[in-house]
Design a protein around this ligand. Sequence first.
Ligand code: PMP
Length: 313
Amino acid sequence: MNARQIFMNGEFIPAEQGVISVRTHGFSYGTGCFEGIRGYWNAEDQQVYMFRLREHYQRLLNSCKILQIEHPYSIDQLIEITVELVRRNEQKQDVYLRPVAYKGDQTLGVRLHGLEAHFIMTSEPVGNYIGTGGLHCCVSSWRRIDDNAIPSRAKIIGSYVNSAFAKSEAMQNGFDEAIMLTHDGHVSEGSAENIFLVVNNELVTPATTENILPGITRETMMELANRELGRITRERQIDRTELYVADEIFLCGTGAQFAPVVMVDHRPIGDGKVGPISSALQHLYSEVVRGRLPEYRELWCTPVYAAVPQKAQ
Ligand code: PMP
């Protein structure tokens, strides 16, 4: 891999030159938003497929709107920058892309309005974020931030302090991951993942009004479950103890990918093993993101490199 480049305020520059002032508003107050996007290497096609760029960038623009960040790029321009960045870095492996839009002023005083938008994008090689073989989770004593405090609908830098509290509590108590509840005690999401339950062969997931980040992977799961497995998903309020008696549970997100949960608060989920619907979805997801299913490759995968000519039949 050549010297890594990043994209910063309109140009591609060497990563080591990508520095911000300690006085940056977004750093001082967390006033920025970001996306986490994966690209998957497909050795057969000699290709990196970026997964669901359009949906990620639509969410980034929504986050900007909520934070009053006047973003200079359109979705199509953001897609072009992404592809160009991975190409310039000659990355032929799984990659994690991190676009960030933030208040770039070097000024004191906390507010949203009247501040300058800055934008950066980095791309780095990546592996698994959390285990994908069967997680032990706890219900966190930290509640999920409310839409009227810091909106979860936007992927706001500062709101990840809430996730960090929950994740560290879980890990320091010997669990793999935390499941957070809303202020009124209903299931919301993991520290950086959405959650699904399987109940009587149907999928159930907290509605977008339950202070979740509306995940791209969440939407992908609902669509794959419906189209490929004939399972509908109910989006509704979920009680804490529904977790304990669910047939299956899984977490999903760009970083986490697909992570089955086999234990919650020391209670085995189902028979304590990864269940059949989780296994099927986990396999489907891994095929889809690597561009191995043509229908979904067309729909959701953006190739980074020029297509390799097909061999004559
Ligand atoms: N919730 C939170 C709090 C997250 O940080 C993430 C990861 N972006 C998700 C859910 C899953 O979202 P996505 O599937 O779009 O990555």
